[in-house]
Design a protein around this ligand. Structure first.
Ligand code: ATP
Ligand code: MG
Ligand code: ZN
Ligand code: ZN
Length: 299
């Protein structure tokens, strides 16, 4: 007699097996347990279960199925940009050798990261628009939180500057706005160098953030459109300004600190926004064109 072949448990189509999904509420992404977790044989959707610790005491632990409320609040706390709520490292494609290197390095960071351990090098992704730098930062934070319970936070530099200006005008001290940025295990700051006219202010803020994080031994993940000095093949100009490299944009002091703290990764490749736009247009014009050979025959 033939034993029935054990069928693999089907992967949930809603959450791809992660056990949670992000729901968009206004401009925020709120993580919620996926409905599939009610079938979790360990916690039945409660997200927590009793376990014994090393000393034999009974303790309440988070379940790995995705319904753990602490894990969900870490994911919500990432404050990922809403367009990137569904972006994962698994969904990042290496269209170029540089993207392959960046993806592998991003994965290595996630695999090796231990909160509180010293000597962990941060990453700085440099590249032209649309090569997936924000995708990589979001995917890393998401995976760190979901898999390892790491407290992370995403900030876009330009928006952060305006929050800080608001804070100052409400009388907040620099300690007060810095503290939450200092505390998270991994901070990601996207689009460094993007700013306005007040360079001294922008550089001062970046310097303060990088310094407090460095002194606290916590890594900061960064991305920028500005190339590192000596890069050939692409340049970056802010609106109405001449081309600059990253060292010129952030100043030699911060650039040298970045070098000391981070592995600089070039993320070069085609602009995926353009590629996706061209593919959409090609699809639309194929759909609009009358399908050849299927026209009703004239009588
Ligand atoms: N290598 C890739 N694999 C899968 N999707 C990608 C890849 N690169 C870019 N994308 C997708 O293309 C879009 C643009 O990518 P993203 O915003 O991450 O680029 P970026 O490098 O941050 O651009 P910018 O410098 O303009 O901020 C996103 O929807 C992203 O998910
Ligand atoms: Mg980006
Ligand atoms: Zn599910
Ligand atoms: Zn469970």
């Amino acid at each position: 007699m033939v034993e029935p072949v054990p069928t693999a448990k089907p992967v949930c189509a809603l959450c791809a097996g992660e056990g949670f999904t992000f729901q968009q509420r206004e401009d925020r992404g709120i993580a919620a347990a996926c409905s599939c977790t009610v079938h979790c044989p360990s916690c039945h959707g409660q997200g927590r279960l009793y376990a014994r610790d090393e000393r034999g005491y009974e303790v309440l632990r988070g379940c790995g199925c995705g319904a753990d409320p602490r894990r969900l609040s870490l994911l919500t706390g990432l404050r990922l940009p809403t367009k990137f709520l569904a972006r994962t490292l698994g969904g990042y494609r290496a269209y170029s050798p540089a993207q392959q290197r960046s993806l592998l390095r991003a994965r290595r960071f996630v695999d090796e990261f231990v909160p509180g351990a010293s000597g962990q090098r941060a990453l700085l992704f440099c590249g032209p628009p649309g090569t997936g730098k924000t995708h990589l930062l979001s995917g890393m934070l998401r995976e760190l939180a979901a898999r390892k319970g790491v407290r992370g936070r995403f900030e876009e530099f330009f928006l952060l500057l305006s929050d800080i200006r608001d804070g100052f005008s409400r009388g907040l001290s620099s300690r007060e706005w810095l503290e939450p940025l200092r505390q998270v295990d991994v901070l990601a700051i996207d689009e460094i160098g993007k700013g306005g006219k007040n360079r001294d202010f922008e550089q001062g803020i970046l310097d303060e953030i990088l310094s407090v994080r460095y002194n606290a031994g916590r890594p900061t993940l960064l991305a920028t459109n500005y190339p590192r000095p000596g890069t050939v093949g692409w340049e970056f100009k802010a609106d109405g300004q001449s081309a600059e490299n990253l060292e010129q944009r952030v100043g030699p002091r911060i650039y040298s600190r970045l070098h000391e703290m981070c592995d600089l990764m070039d993320v070069l490749g085609d602009d995926q926004r353009e590629v996706q736009h061209d593919a959409r247009q090609a699809r639309d014009s194929a759909a609009d064109a009358p399908a050849r050979g299927t026209r009703p025959a004239r009588s």
